[in-house]
Design a protein around this ligand. Structure first.
Ligand code: GDP
Ligand code: MN
Length: 395
């Protein structure tokens, strides 16, 4: 689960990570009020107004603006709130801005990158740091990987102080800023670990002209599988930022990921779902989604699956591929027939049911009077998907 910058900064502050003070605002008046408070409490005259969307690259898209004085905050917040912000990460359709963070502006002397994530290959968390901050770190990694310092943390020991010093030293910090950087890295690591995050990224980490080390941006991704341990953090979910079809699928506990292809698929088991996506590609199609309906595949989940797949206008063909291991195929077939009667399926439907009672299942589908094509072998499935795509293209 992704968090907004303002939520990430709130969390980080609790762990002692230095960030500039700021308040979230959902209206222009709230933004002005936020700036007044920052002026009164901290004496700020220069502010930064920042669009709160989950995608990064906001600065490039015009979603981050410096504002001199309260009146400029009013003006900039007015322009950013409600705008459709297009950044390199939102895709061309962009994302509507519903909130801004108004923060006291930082006098930037130098920008750095600092990030923590799990290195799956090593089964250890990795802390990455670079003097090439502010720009896209992926670019740095591709162009000059030697400019990214890495430190791996042994999970049985935790982050050792010398490792934090190594990173701060590698970034070239000196004197008091060095001490602040070491403290910053340790606090960020603690926050990452204790919130069960899968990513904590500060880009840019800033050395101010006054010599302080401060997070100017903050990105935290929480591990969904650990959210049950953090009910307070689970509440920070913003469904406006998520794909509406994925939100609906999560209500039915369906494991659905929307993709951009033309063949919708419904499968039980993640492994078979992956294999089915390969099969679709082999047949000349592109998967419109990943959908694992789970071991059970009850009529209710099958119906919900059809509804969600059909809401995607790109879907031209549907492929159901279910293995009857825990669940019997005839039961799934009845579910499919029931669902197909309730949900208007106006695209070719190909069904492969294998396993327990597959024969009965096939008979149920064929006798249903519905236009359902059945297949047994993977090769047969690929051919039928290919033919269906060609028919659709010709129509
Ligand atoms: P992103 O574009 O979504 O990554 O948003 P950031 O929060 O990283 O802001 C983008 C850029 O705006 C930063 O790299 C900074 O150069 C600039 N910026 C953001 N906040 C401040 C600030 O308080 N003072 C100054 N001078 N620049 C800022
Ligand atoms: Mn950034």
């Amino acid at each position: 689960m992704k968090l907004h910058e303002y939520q990430a900064k709130d969390i980080l502050q609790r762990y002692g990570v230095a960030t500039q003070p700021g308040y979230v605002a959902r209206t222009v008046e709230e933004a002005v009020e936020a700036a007044r408070r920052l002026q009164q409490e901290h004496g700020y005259e220069l502010f930064v107004v920042k669009a709160q969307i989950h995608a990064g690259g906001r600065g490039k898209g015009g979603g981050v603006k410096l504002a001199k004085g309260i009146e400029e905050v009013r003006e900039k917040a007015g322009a950013i709130l409600g705008m459709n912000l297009v950044t390199p990460q939102t895709g061309p359709e962009g994302q509507k801005v519903r909130a801004v963070l108004v923060a006291g502006a930082v006098d930037i002397a130098k920008e750095y990158y600092l990030g923590i994530t799990l290195d799956r290959q090593r089964s250890q968390n990795v802390i990455m740091a670079s003097t090439e901050g502010g720009v896209e770190i992926e670019e740095v990694a591709a162009r000059s990987p030697e400019k990214i310092l890495k430190v791996w943390v042994d999970p049985t020991i935790g982050l050792r102080p010398f490792q934090a010093r190594q990173l701060a030293f590698g970034l070239g910090f000196e004197g008091n800023a060095f001490k602040q950087a070491v403290q910053f890295i340790q606090a960020l690591y603690r926050a990452y670990e204790e919130t069960d995050s899968s990513l904590a990224e500060i880009n840019p980490l800033v050395l101010t002209k006054q010599g302080d080390v401060v997070a100017v941006d903050a990105k935290i991704n929480l591990d969904d599988n650990a959210l049950f341990r953090h009910p307070d953090l689970a509440e920070l979910r913003d469904i406006h930022e998520e794909d509406p079809l994925e939100v609906e699928a999560s209500k039915y506990r369906l494991n659905y990921v929307r993709l951009t292809g033309n063949v919708g698929c419904m499968v039980n088991g993640a492994g078979l779902a992956m294999a089915t996506m390969d099969l679709i590609k082999l047949a000349g199609g592109e998967p419109a989604n990943f959908l694992d309906v789970g071991g059970g595949a009850s009529p209710e989940t099958v119906e919900a699956g059809f509804r969600i797949i059909l809401k995607d206008p790109n879907v031209k063909v549907i492929l159901v591929n279910i293995f009857g291991g825990i669940v019997r195929c005839d039961r799934v077939a009845r579910g499919i027939v029931e669902a197909a009667r309730k949900v208007q399926i106006n695209v070719p439907l190909i069904v492969r049911l294998q396993g327990t009672n597959a024969e009965e299942a096939r008979a149920i589908l064929e006798q249903s009077g519905l236009e359902i094509e059945t297949a047994t072998l993977f090769k047969e499935v690929a051919d039928k998907v290919n033919q269906a795509l060609q028919r659709v293209a010709a129509a």
